[in-house]
Design a protein around this ligand. Structure first.
Ligand SMILES: *[C@@H]1O[C@H](CO)[C@@H](O)[C@H](O)[C@H]1NC(C)=O
Ligand SMILES: *[C@@H]1O[C@H](CO)[C@@H](O)[C@H](O)[C@H]1NC(C)=O
Length: 397
């Protein structure tokens, strides 16, 4: 018996190599569902399939935050009417999701991050776009969880883009690499808000915010550190939705207590030199991997009527300065979300309006993207300009 079992497991172990590699992804959709996907690849070909769909995350699930160590997943709800919720799920090793907790939320949540506690996973913060606020909850979410804190921001009058900058619009939340500070790019206020974290209580205390350029509309950010385990040379790359640019910020840590501060060192378009951002386009998301930065553009149609572009930049390891490398096909329409896998050899783009996930190859040495490996329609496609379609895609690994 024992020999048959070990023989069988030897065959199972050998299978992935024979048939190619497999991976898992998770998707949220503004139709009120979450999806678990499987991906099999062999070289530059592959196949995506929906393994599970689950009604969860409120009426407008908008973003996914996964703790890959524990398989805990949190989903924010962008709806502002009805009964918006923050949902917690567990994701099994086969990618199956199960709801484990829900809490009432303020609604208008567009992004979240875990922070604080003994291990950086004691609390969750959510950026609330329409309510102009940031709220926090203690983890895990149980029965009738209450927010720990809600901070609402105000502005004296409108920003340069009067329609989009009518009031503060925190668009994302991200802990810094030390876990001692939480940052929040605010699209409405042209600020990068900075908070110090009390790890025990989860309480956030406002530091002096960094001032973005007028009309930049900062949306998301990604940190980069040249020396692992050291804060020396830490940089922050912020993608600006209204300015269609990436700004580079040098991060300064206080010597002995006090606040983190940011100094802007560079601003680079999300388009190749000489190309004016097309009307109605909006940069969306930014990530770093190694000495490279990537940002996506929505609705620029650079590669066809439903194919928007991704911008690649190289990072100077000495200075953190970025150089535009190229625009490549994100193989989706209205890419609101993307993530690079841990191995760094594939990128998952999530097209909101196309409601597609596109898996694109990434060269780990050169940082270059392409070709597309496979793509899949998930749920129903959206209508251009509407708040529908696919809202987020992440790797489950
Ligand atoms: C405001 O931003 C939107 C993009 O969301 C853009 O289409 C519009 O032209 C901008 N308006 C002004 C006055 O800059
Ligand atoms: C990555 O690019 C380098 C340089 O062009 C090339 O030699 C290598 O084969 C590429 N790797 C993959 C996996 O395509």
């Amino acid at each position: 018996m024992a020999s048959i079992r070990s023989c069988a497991s030897a065959i199972l172990l050998a299978l992935p190599t024979a048939l190619g590699a497999s991976a898992k992804l998770l998707v949220s959709h503004y139709n009120g569902n979450l999806y678990s996907l499987s991906l099999t690849t062999s070289g530059t070909t592959g196949q995506l399939a929906v393994k599970q769909s689950l009604k969860a995350g409120g009426t407008m699930p908008s973003w996914l935050t996964l703790d890959s160590d524990t398989g805990n997943l949190w989903v924010t709800d962008e709806s502002t009417g009805g009964s918006p919720v923050l949902t917690q799920l567990s994701v099994g090793s086969d990618g199956t999701m199960k709801i484990t907790g829900t809490s009432r939320s303020n609604g208008g949540e567009v992004h979240s991050a875990i922070y604080g506690g003994a291990d950086g996973k004691g609390f969750i913060a959510a950026a609330e776009y329409d309510p102009s606020s940031i709220s926090t909850w203690k983890l895990p979410i149980t029965g009738n969880a209450q927010a720990v804190q809600k901070m609402t921001f105000t502005m004296n009058g409108r920003g340069p883009n009067a329609s989009r900058q009518d009031k503060p619009h925190p668009h994302s939340v991200l802990p810094d690499p030390t876990g001692k500070f939480l940052l929040s790019p605010d699209l409405g206020a042209d600020l990068i808000r900075i908070f110090s974290i009390d790890a025990t209580s989860g309480k956030l205390t406002a530091c002096t915010a960094a001032q973005a350029g007028p009309g930049d509309g900062p949306r998301h950010g990604a940190f980069w550190q040249p020396k692992p385990g050291s804060t020396d040379g830490t940089m922050l790359y912020v993608v600006n939705e209204l300015g269609n640019s990436v700004t580079v910020w040098k991060v300064t840590y206080p010597s002995g207590g006090g606040c983190l501060s940011l100094t802007k060192t560079q601003a680079v378009s999300t388009y190749p030199a000489g190309k004016t951002p097309p009307n109605g386009c909006k940069a969306a998301e930014v990530h770093t991997w190694g000495n490279f930065v990537y940002a996506v553009n929505r609705n620029d149609k650079s590669f066809g009527s439903t194919s928007d572009s991704a911008a690649s930049y190289s990072i100077s390891p000495d200075t953190g300065a970025i150089t535009f490398m190229e625009a490549t096909n994100a193989d989706t329409y209205y890419p609101r979300t993307f993530q690079i896998n841990k191995a760094g050899d594939m990128v998952a783009f999530g097209g909101q309006t196309s409601s597609t996930v596109a898996i694109v190859a990434r060269n780990t040495t050169t940082g270059r993207l392409g070709p597309m490996i496979t793509s899949l329609l998930v749920g129903t496609a959206g209508v251009p300009g509407n708040e529908d379609g696919l809202s987020a895609v992440i790797w489950d690994e």
